[in-house]
Design a protein around this ligand. Structure first.
Ligand SMILES: [Zn+2]
Ligand SMILES: [Zn+2]
Length: 351
């Protein structure tokens, strides 16, 4: 089979390797669709210079072709599944606290002696039973089916956002700020909308603001040319937002969010900050306003299951975020399109 190795900045090798052996606890999946996420884009662009070689591809949907003799799964040969390729050992300190997104073994190689990385950009992927999420998608091979499989490949980013929006205890009619109208910001809008929350999107790019409105934001403002705090207070009888979700925009955006928060509000740092930069918070504001400052990183097995259910039941429509489909093995072209600012998610498809 063919697999993808990230060997250096702007360098990906397509290598011929043996189809992985399926151990008794594992499931072998024939890959159908793989999303090219920020992780793969960072490797491609050289942001992680010490980490080559790397087996990329972690947003995977495909078809079960073999089930190990002791694999604990309802998936059968022929079923379409989503894969959550993070390691969750189930026995470390964090797994036992219900924080399996922070499992201390997260980044270990699946196969001893194999290169590091989730290895989803391969014609076949071997997964542990607990990494396999069956879907109810029937076997078919028409155009609509192909689109649904692409959506299922995006269960991973959706699972991250499912977790994020469930962090603050929002109530119907609350006001939330979402910063950044990339795919993660737009997914925040879709899910917050289902909670009856009113949403202000802060995004400097006019075209992306338009997409945010289409996704369901009540307002979309340019944070560089608007008094954002005043805008938020005007829409909340002077109180401010009940939650602010930072997905992009750097440290200055976080600083801006703090100025428009109501008492009891939650500041949720969904995105990381590149380049790194400090923010300043007067601790007395946290004390007197009872603010909660928190982060949300990756997804749990619980939020992944919810994401697959949302996609399978069509409660969430991910089609608008699949900007392009590129046929494997032209991963280089897929990545070039993925890092271009005019795309949301580029999905590699295997035919
Ligand atoms: Zn991802
Ligand atoms: Zn663990």
């Amino acid at each position: 089979m063919k697999t993808t190795v990230f060997t250096g900045p702007r360098q990906v090798d397509i290598r011929d390797v043996a189809v992985p052996q399926t151990q008794p606890s594992q499931v072998l999946v024939k890959t159908h669709a793989v999303g090219l996420c920020t992780l793969e884009q960072r490797f491609y662009q050289g942001a992680t210079p010490d980490s080559y070689p790397f087996l990329g591809g972690h947003e995977v949907a495909g078809e079960v072709v073999a089930v190990g003799t002791s694999a604990r799964t309802t998936a059968r040969v022929g079923d379409i599944v989503s894969l959550a390729l993070l390691t969750r050992c189930g026995t470390c300190y964090y797994c036992r606290r219900g924080m399996d997104n922070l499992c201390v073994h997260n980044n270990e190689s699946k196969v001893p002696g194999q290169l590091p990385g989730p290895a989803g950009l391969s014609e076949y992927v071997v997964a542990e039973d607990y990494q396999v999420y069956p879907t109810s998608l029937p076997p078919a091979h028409d155009e609509e089916w192909a689109c649904r499989v692409c959506e299922l490949a995006l269960a991973e980013p959706l699972a991250c956002v499912v977790r994020s929006v469930q962090v603050p205890p929002l109530r119907f009619g609350d006001l939330a700020l979402v910063q950044g109208a990339g795919i993660m910001g737009l997914l925040h809008i879709q899910l917050l909308k289902q909670h009856g929350v009113r949403i202000v999107m802060a995004e400097p790019d006019a075209q992306r603001r338009q997409l945010a409105l289409q996704a369901g934001a009540d307002w979309a403002v340019d944070p560089l040319h608007t008094d954002l705090a005043a805008f938020l207070r005007e829409r909340s009888d002077g109180y401010g937002v009940n939650a602010a979700f930072f997905t992009a925009g750097g440290a200055s955006a976080i600083q801006q969010a703090l100025e428009g928060m109501a008492k009891g509000a939650w500041l949720c740092l969904y995105g990381s900050v590149h380049p790194k930069g400090p923010i300043q918070i007067d601790p007395n504001l946290i004390h007197y306003n009872e603010w909660v400052v928190t982060g949300s990183f990756s997804h749990t097995s619980a939020s992944f299951q919810q994401a697959v259910a949302l996609i399978a039941s069509r409660k969430v429509d991910l089609q608008p975020y699949v900007s392009e489909r590129v046929a494997f093995p032209d991963v280089q072209r897929g990545l070039e399109r993925a890092i271009s600012p005019d795309t949301y998610r580029v999905v590699m498809v295997f035919v």
